[in-house]
Write a protein that binds this ligand. Structure first.
Ligand code: DAT
Ligand code: MG
Length: 150
């Protein structure tokens, strides 16, 4: 749907490396609408909830430590097929396989420092948006929709 929303997060390495602007620019330029945004230094407990599906993985403790090492940029982007297109823009989880032109394929080398997060389904997007934005997202109209969607 053209109102689909996805949770996109710039991880601590992306913030430290000054990639907030370039990453936001890609979503703006693609035609998505920003409906929530904040800089947050998350607690390990909050991040364990975000990644709860991965809690049995051997890399889980290291993942939580890295994600809690500094602030992240939490965002919700809205537009046509935002979840799937967002994942394509991020690129494969392991930058070894991320195509050039994707965010990870242009800026990352290691799976454990892959710069950005994007929801993998509409269902997980809903859960992640509720977890990171319990206060809700921002509703507003833009004049551009007819230029971006048929
Ligand atoms: P994605 O972030 O593409 O949705 P995921 O949900 O499978 O990937 O894993 C979440 C994050 O965990 C991923 O962005 C980086 C880290 N991770 C995944 N597999 C890993 C591995 N084999 N070694 C180290 N970190 C890993
Ligand atoms: Mg995932």
């Amino acid at each position: 749907s053209i109102k689909e929303q996805t949770y996109i997060m710039i991880k601590p390495d992306g913030v430290q490396r000054g990639l907030v602007g370039p990453i936001i620019s890609r979503f703006e330029a693609r035609g998505f609408k920003l409906v929530a945004l904040k800089l947050v230094h998350a607690t390990p407990e909050h991040l364990q909830k975000h990644y709860e599906d991965l809690k049995e993985k051997s890399f889980f403790p290291g993942l939580i430590k890295y994600m809690a090492s500094g602030p992240v940029v939490a965002m919700v982007w809205e537009g046509l097929d935002a979840v799937k297109t967002g994942r394509v823009m991020l690129g494969a989880t392991n930058p070894l396989a991320s195509a050039p032109g994707t965010i990870r394929g242009d800026y990352a080398l290691a799976v454990g420092r892959n710069i950005c997060h994007g929801s993998d389904s509409v269902d997980s997007a809903k859960k992640e948006i509720a977890l990171w934005f319990p206060e809700g997202i921002v509703q507003y109209n833009t004049l551009l929709a007819p230029m971006i969607f048929e």
